[in-house]
Design a protein around this ligand. Structure first.
Ligand SMILES: NC(=O)c1ccc[n+]([C@@H]2O[C@H](COP(=O)([O-])OP(=O)(O)OC[C@H]3O[C@@H](n4cnc5c(N)ncnc54)[C@H](OP(=O)(O)O)[C@@H]3O)[C@@H](O)[C@H]2O)c1
Length: 245
């Protein structure tokens, strides 16, 4: 049943590029981590090894968040390991370009079912646990600055992220004052450890702060939301001002 008294985070997408940095930072704040992965077992094992250096009792389980049965099963496994839930981070996400006039039903399902439906049913399961607990808990959804912009060739993706931002407000309103629910909307994040991405041409000119984001910029926002007790229903754009263009 975990480590008595230690706070616990359930996270989807912790094996992702940014997701892993977030999970490591949360572990570093003294949390046990339970995370899910879907298709990348090797990355998931690497992430678990790294997280366990900081938080040895952490666990993972396979879960396709586009399937409600998988989400229920992941929470059952979670319950076998941990007896409290302090923080949900819903980060699992699919991202690819889709030409507006050529979007297929399969692409729509892949993006919207993973991002929007998956986040909703993960939040629903987490809320059922959190609302039974006698202490304040928190949810952080991961969206994207593009949720508030009109990007060409990303309709299902941006609609899914926009939907998550509204879900964030709905859950914040309906679960207050027991759960604080907020969203972080990153701009383009680069500079992952071991990578040196070249930004797409012209992108830096659209960012008032004149650089891509660093994972630590996002981690700073996560830590703020983990500490704050009077912020709920908000979307924090961590985008160098990209939203202003
Ligand atoms: N990185 C950026 O520049 C950036 C910018 C804006 C917003 N964001 C948002 O920030 C969050 C973290 O980004 P990231 O860089 O970590 O993303 P990423 O590297 O693309 O990782 C995506 C994660 O989601 C999981 N996932 C994908 N489909 C899934 C499914 N059907 N079921 C369960 N898990 C699934 C992946 O697991 P598997 O590989 O095991 O399938 C992986 O852990 C995401 O929500 C993303 O949209 C990121």
């Amino acid at each position: 049943m975990g480590v008595s008294g230690k706070k616990v985070c359930f996270m989807t997408g912790a094996s992702g590029k940014l997701g892993r940095e977030i999970a490591l930072a949360i572990a570093g704040q003294g949390y046990s981590i339970f995370f899910t992965w879907n298709s990348s077992e090797e990355q998931a094992n690497e992430a678990l090894d790294q997280i366990r250096w900081v938080s040895p009792e952490s666990q993972m389980a396979r879960c396709d968040v586009s399937k409600t049965g998988d989400i229920s099963q992941a929470f059952r496994v979670f319950g076998q390991h941990f007896d409290r839930l302090d923080l949900l981070v819903a980060s699992a996400s699919n991202f690819f370009r889709t030409d507006l006039l050529e979007v297929t039903e399969e692409q729509w399902h892949s993006l919207v079912d993973t991002n929007l439906k998956g986040t909703f049913f993960t939040m629903q399961q987490a809320a059922r646990i959190m609302l039974r607990q006698p202490f304040l808990s928190r949810m952080i959804t991961m969206t994207d600055v593009s949720a508030g912009l009109v990007w060409r060739n990303f309709a299902p993706y941006t609609v899914s992220k926009s939907g998550i931002q509204h879900l964030t407000r709905i859950f914040a309103r309906e679960t207050a004052p027991r759960i604080l629910v907020n969203s972080i909307a990153p701009g383009t994040i680069s500079a992952y450890p071991g990578r040196d991405d070249e930004p797409e041409s012209g992108l830096i000119e659209k960012i008032p702060l004149q650089r891509l984001g660093d994972p630590m910029d996002i981690v700073g926002a996560v830590k703020f939301l983990m500490e704050s007790e009077y912020v709920t229903g908000q979307v924090i754009n961590v985008d160098g001002g990209r939203m202003l263009f």
